[in-house]
Design a protein around this ligand. Structure first.
Ligand SMILES: NC(=O)c1ccc[n+]([C@@H]2O[C@H](COP(=O)([O-])OP(=O)(O)OC[C@H]3O[C@@H](n4cnc5c(N)ncnc54)[C@H](O)[C@@H]3O)[C@@H](O)[C@H]2O)c1
Length: 323
């Protein structure tokens, strides 16, 4: 079985590829354009680890290049595709909507089109909890209205879901969209709160706390995301329109200042110096995933406790930056 992971040098793609390579049932292919949104060295270091396994095949490729992507798919005839390549980040999309359009909309169209052409058995793609926008009821269920994204990033992911649905309907391409809730863990993204907070607290610099830290986030440990994806691979929808959406979240929202930040301070044994800032445009007050649908499908729900997860991240951070 051949499986392609797009965005394999990224945070989640790397962890997924590593786990699949240990699993032996799949031949793992990865593509990534190694863009410079954040430190490329981190992406290259992740790749270095993956390349130690002789069963890993990497190609530097941009999913927004239809001709090259098409050629790659024709040559390799993948069975399964997991699309994680995207321009991520809510805040960056305020100033750079064009890159979101190109990578997340045009790029994803290319993925759909080439997956259809070679008759992929199952296309799994990353969506986000951001599609929920502002809601007044929690936990967030997959069938809630998602027509009012608060950021262009969220809009591009909602568009992905809608585009995929139409390909499932017309071409019977089995598609599953996954709404990830604030993913964290070792080798995590430098643009996300955990990385930035640990970095600044550790070097006695101020951290920026939006909305005075009065947000709630449903943090999800990366291993729980990976386990869920692996259990879903061979389970495409069997419905007439083979399309499904699942939340993948820790299902336990935490207060950013009172819990998340306190845990970091405790583990680092250092106090944060805080710059309180107003709520950012595009930001959501609270995320909280309902994961019953996921549980019913794969008999699994994210289980890593936040404190242990943060501890694992900090252990990795200290080890990685000591080198
Ligand atoms: N990390 C989270 O909390 C989170 C939450 C919700 C959704 N997501 C989604 O999950 C997916 C993976 O996120 P991540 O946190 O690993 O991000 P990441 O930025 O670490 O990984 C994305 C990877 O895709 C690559 N990439 C971007 N555009 C590409 C293109 N056009 N062609 C080929 N490669 C390209 C990047 O170089 C990067 O290595 C993304 O789609 C993201 O939007 C992540």
């Amino acid at each position: 079985m051949k499986i392609l992971i797009t965005g394999c040098a990224g945070f989640i793609g790397f962890h997924l590829a590593e786990k699949l390579l240990n699993n032996n049932k799949f031949r793992v292919y990865g593509i990534d354009n190694l863009n410079t949104y954040y430190d490329v060295k981190l992406k290259q270091d992740r790749l270095k680890i993956l390349k130690k396994n002789i069963n890993f095949n990497f190609k530097k490729l941009d999913i927004s290049n239809f001709v090259k992507l098409s050629k790659n798919f024709e040559e390799n005839k993948y069975d399964y595709v997991i699309n994680l390549a995207a321009q991520a980040g809510v805040r960056y999309s305020i100033t750079n909507p064009d890159t979101y359009f190109e990578n997340n909309i045009s790029g994803f169209y290319n993925i759909l089109e080439v997956s259809k052409k070679i008759k992929i058995k199952h296309l799994i793609f990353a969506s986000t909890s951001s599609v929920y926008g502002e809601q007044s009821k929690w936990p967030l269920k997959e069938n809630f209205n998602t027509d009012k994204p608060l950021s262009f990033y969220a809009a591009t992911k909602k568009i992905n879901e809608v585009m995929a649905y139409s390909y499932s309907n017309i071409y019977k391409l089995p598609c599953t969209g996954l709404r990830f809730f604030t993913v964290y863990g070792p080798y995590g993204r430098p643009d996300m709160a955990l990385f930035k907070f640990v970095k600044n607290i550790n070097s006695a610099k101020r951290i920026k706390l939006y909305n005075n830290g009065n947000h709630y986030r449903d943090f999800t440990y990366v291993d729980d995301i990976v386990e869920s994806i692996i259990r879903l691979i061979k389970k495409p929808s069997k419905e007439k329109i083979p399309f499904e959406i699942f939340n993948i979240g820790g299902s336990k929202p935490h207060h950013l200042k009172k819990t998340f930040l306190r845990y970091i301070e405790k583990i680092l044994s250092k106090k944060a110096m805080i710059n309180n800032l107003p709520m950012q445009m595009g930001d959501i007050f609270k995320t909280h995933a309902d994961t019953k649908k996921l549980q019913n499908k794969i008999n699994y729900k994210p289980k890593t406790n936040l404190k242990n997860g943060i501890n694992n991240f900090i252990m990795w951070y200290k080890m990685y930056f000591k080198k």
